[in-house]
Design a protein around this ligand. Structure first.
Ligand code: ABF
Length: 220
C-alpha cells in the first residue's frame, strides 16, 4: 500500500465545486493534485494557486486552471504535505524548499489540510532539520545569529552550489533538537535580519490526514 497515495487522494474529498484551492508541493500532495486533475477533466470547476514553480508546472500539465493573488484575496482550502507533524499538530515544512510560498498560501486559506504518511508523525518536532529561508546577502551573519539561538545551520547545496528557492533565496537546514517551544522559536528566528521565514507552521493546520498503526486513514 502506498500511504502517500492513500492520504493524498483522501484530501480531495474536501474540495468542492467553485473553490479556490492552494496546491502544495511534494511527493504526497502530488497524489492530491493528480486526482484533482482527473476530476477537473470530468467537470469539477476549481481554480488552483500553486506553492511552487514545480507545482505550477504539474497543474498546467494536468489542465488545472490557476489563479494568482492579483485575482483573489482568499483561498477556500489549501492542501500540502509536511516533513514532521507533532502531537500538537505543529509542523516542520520546507524539505522541498517551498516553505515561504507554502506558508503564504496556508495563511490565506480558510481551511488548511496537511497530508502526511505515518512516518511523519513525531512527539516533538526537531529530528528533521528545520529549513530556514534566508536572503543570500549576509548569509554568514545570519548563520552566526542562528548558531547563537542554539541551531546548527547548514547551507543547503545542489550540484555543488547553494540551493536557490523559487524566490532566489538560500536555505539553511538547522538542527535544533528537540524543539520544545515551536511558537517562540518561529518568532525568534523571524526576528533575525536576513531570515525571510522558517519552516515551523505553528497552530496553522486544521486537519491532518494520515494513517494509523492498522494502516487505516486517520484524520486528526
Ligand atoms: C512540502 O512537501 C514540504 O513542505 C515538505 O518538505 C514536503 C513533504 O514531503 P513529501 O514529499 O513526503 O510529501 O509540503
Amino acid at each position: 500500500m502506498n500511504q502517500k497515495k492513500e492520504v493524498g487522494e483522501k484530501a480531495v474529498e474536501y474540495v468542492k465545486d467553485g473553490m479556490v484551492v492552494g496546491l502544495g508541493t511534494g511527493s504526497t500532495v502530488f497524489f492530491t493534485i493528480s486526482k484533482l486533475g482527473e476530476l477537473v477533466k470530468q467537470g469539477l470547476s476549481i481554480k488552483g494557486i500553486p506553492t511552487s514553480i514545480q507545482t505550477e508546472q504539474l497543474a498546467n500539465q494536468l489542465g488545472i486552471p490557476l489563479v494568482s493573488f492579483t485575482e483573489i484575496n482568499q483561498i477556500d482550502i489549501a492542501i500540502d504535505g509536511a516533513d514532521e507533524v507533532s502531537a500538537d499538530l505543529d509542523l516542520i515544512k520546507g524539505g522541498g524548499g517551498a516553505l515561504l510560498r507554502e506558508k503564504i498560501i496556508a495563511k490565506a486559506a480558510k481551511t488548511f489540510i496537511v497530508v502526511a504518511d505515518s512516518h511523519k508523525l513525531v512527539n516533538k518536532l526537531g529530528s528533521f532539520p528545520l529549513p530556514v529561508e534566508v536572503v543570500p546577502f549576509g548569509v554568514e551573519m545570519t548563520t552566526k545569529y542562528i548558531l547563537e539561538l542554539g541551531g546548527a545551520p547548514k547551507l543547503r547545496q545542489k550540484n555543488g552550489s547553494p540551493y536557490l528557492t523559487d524566490n532566489g533565496n538560500y536555505i539553511l537546514d538547522c538542527h535544533i533538537q528537540p524543539i520544545i517551544h515551536p511558537e517562540e522559536l518561529e518568532r525568534d528566528l523571524n526576528m533575525i535580519p536576513g531570515i525571510v521565514d522558517n519552516g515551523l507552521f505553528v497552530g496553522m493546520a486544521d486537519y491532518i490526514i494520515t494513517m494509523n498503526e492498522d494502516k487505516e486513514i486517520d484524520i486528526k
